[in-house]
Design a protein. Structure first.
Length: 298
């Protein structure tokens, strides 16, 4: 495994080239950041580096003792960890664009600062991205406080990918848009329970979008513009990840995978004011801008 065990922590070792850059935007969440980093510290494969970019109102979150302890563990395990403060705040999309600009690995995992990954989750994601050959794969975050809240009606649109993952066009109001209900509450947990998957196995399925834990083919993401639309948005917005995923979906395809292995910490949001959905601005629910030959074929 690429993670060094504790018996080697005191020995010097050259850092290995990272197959994945894990990009963690954070703000005012030191305790949650510590849990997120702890989840990363339990990942064995593939080799990865971590970039944390902080926009806290005061002291950066990594200076919290628990978060810094996890930074030290990751570094002792042989992971490269880069800590950045990125101010002033210009919105979620600009923050993601900044992080993407710091990445160099073939794959990039955008991991929110309130998500814990079970051991082996990153390895499943990386294997799925490699095998499926699409633009991105992701693990929908699941709220385990809802484990007793079974919602079969919201999972009715579940559809596994059979055969190669194909590009799809998703917009608000489309049938594919309704798949977002698959990721409400603990629906990903209940979906996985309805499969016969064994440890190490995974199942790809069709999505509308994924939040919190998304692994991109970096080149595919860049070819679709990444988050280059950030300056077209007011600073107060949400849905920037949706806009980006829809652009990648339309060109390269994407998939969710089961089991998820990503647990939402269910902490209060740091973005309570969300007057603008970025995807409605960047990719409106019209045919405007779609080449005529594509309109005629849809």
């Amino acid at each position: 495994m690429s993670r060094r065990w504790s018996g080697d922590w005191g020995r010097e070792a050259a850092a290995l080239p990272a197959a994945v850059d894990v990009l963690v935007p954070t703000r005012n969440r030191p305790a949650e950041l510590a849990v997120t980093l702890a989840g990363l510290a339990a990942q064995d494969e593939p080799d990865f580096a971590v970039v944390v970019s902080d926009q806290s109102d005061g002291t950066p979150g990594w200076e919290h003792p628990a978060a810094m302890a996890m930074v030290r563990v990751l570094r002792a395990e042989g992971r490269q960890v880069r800590l950045e403060q990125h101010l002033p705040r210009r919105g979620l999309a600009e923050h993601r664009a900044y992080l993407l600009g710091l990445a160099s690995a073939e794959a990039v995992l955008f991991l929110d600062d309130d998500v814990w990954l079970e051991p082996g989750a990153l390895e499943r994601l990386h294997a799925a991205l490699d095998e499926l050959g699409c633009g991105f794969v992701g693990s929908a975050v699941q709220g385990l406080s809802y484990l007793g809240d079974d919602r079969p009606q919201e999972r009715a649109g579940f559809e596994p990918w059979e055969g190669p993952v194909q590009p799809e066009r998703v917009r608000r109001g489309s049938e594919a848009f309704d798949r977002h209900r698959l990721h409400n509450a603990a629906n990903p947990t209940h979906l996985a329970a309805g499969t016969d998957l064994r440890p190490g196995q995974w199942l790809p399925y069709k999505i509308s979008w994924l939040g919190g834990c998304v692994l991109y083919d970096r080149q595919a993401l860049l070819e679709c513009g990444g988050f280059d639309f950030w300056d077209q948005l007011p600073a107060q917005h949400s849905g920037e990840d949706v806009a980006t995923q829809w652009r990648v979906l339309e060109r390269f395809g994407g998939a969710g995978i089961l089991p998820s292995g990503a647990v939402h910490l269910e902490a209060p949001t740091t973005v309570p004011d969300r007057p603008v959905d970025a995807f409605d601005v960047i990719l409106p629910s019209t045919d405007e801008g779609i080449p005529k030959e594509r309109k005629d074929s849809e």
